[in-house]
Design a protein around this ligand. Structure first.
Ligand code: 5GP
Length: 176
């Protein structure tokens, strides 16, 4: 089955202007402390890069890589850490940078895992927030865009490792 790019839901101009807005808010909220942004690989790598270039105050950056057990369309909630943080986050102001919140199970696990390490604060910045029924409630303080319950690619998000480099968010169409 061949897939192809469908409708462009969020174009590159919309993305850049929203990322700049989020960066302004983050700068303001963390003006008295150094924020440690934790990007979740691989999906958040482009969002993290754009956020980083738009934050003009002291900030630090680290990454985690996780994989979810389960099928592509259903996250099981059991998450395996493939790459852990390099930095000790005890007493740090941590901001998790995620590509998309779908069921919320990955972030639920990550937040509990990071909270147990004793950060001074822990917040979430998600580029996309998918409106799915029966999802775990995640406090997304910084939200890029809300989208319907559709599978999307681009701006870091993949389908079989493809499409991450698209500068926009698009749906995926499956042909025969
Ligand atoms: P959750 O645990 O919130 O269900 O899943 C979050 C992860 O599933 C995301 O970090 C992302 O890797 C993947 N995911 C969820 N929805 C989509 C989607 O629409 N497109 C792509 N490419 N990945 C998605």
């Amino acid at each position: 089955m061949e897939e192809r790019i469908g409708e462009i839901l969020i174009d590159s101009r919309q993305i850049q202007s929203r990322v700049a807005e989020l960066a302004r808010r983050i700068e303001t909220d963390y003006k008295d402390v150094t924020c440690l942004l934790v990007g979740i690989l691989k999906g958040a790598f482009i969002f993290m890069g754009d956020l980083a270039r738009n934050i003009h105050s002291p900030a630090e950056f680290d990454f985690m890589a996780v994989s979810s057990y389960g099928t592509r369309s259903k996250t099981s909630g059991v998450v395996r850490i493939i790459k852990d943080l390099d930095i000790d986050i005890t007493g740090r102001h941590v901001l998790i940078v995620e590509d998309i919140v779908d069921t919320g199970l990955t972030l639920k696990y990550l937040m509990a895992n990071l909270e147990a390490r004793g950060p001074a604060s822990l917040e979430v910045c998600a580029f996309l927030n998918k409106m799915v029924p029966q999802r775990v409630e995640i406090p997304v303080k910084y939200e890029g865009f809300r989208i319907e319950d559709v599978f999307v690619v681009g701006y870091g998000l993949d389908y079989g490792e493809k499409y991450r480099n698209l500068p926009y968010i698009a749906t995926l169409e499956c042909g025969v």
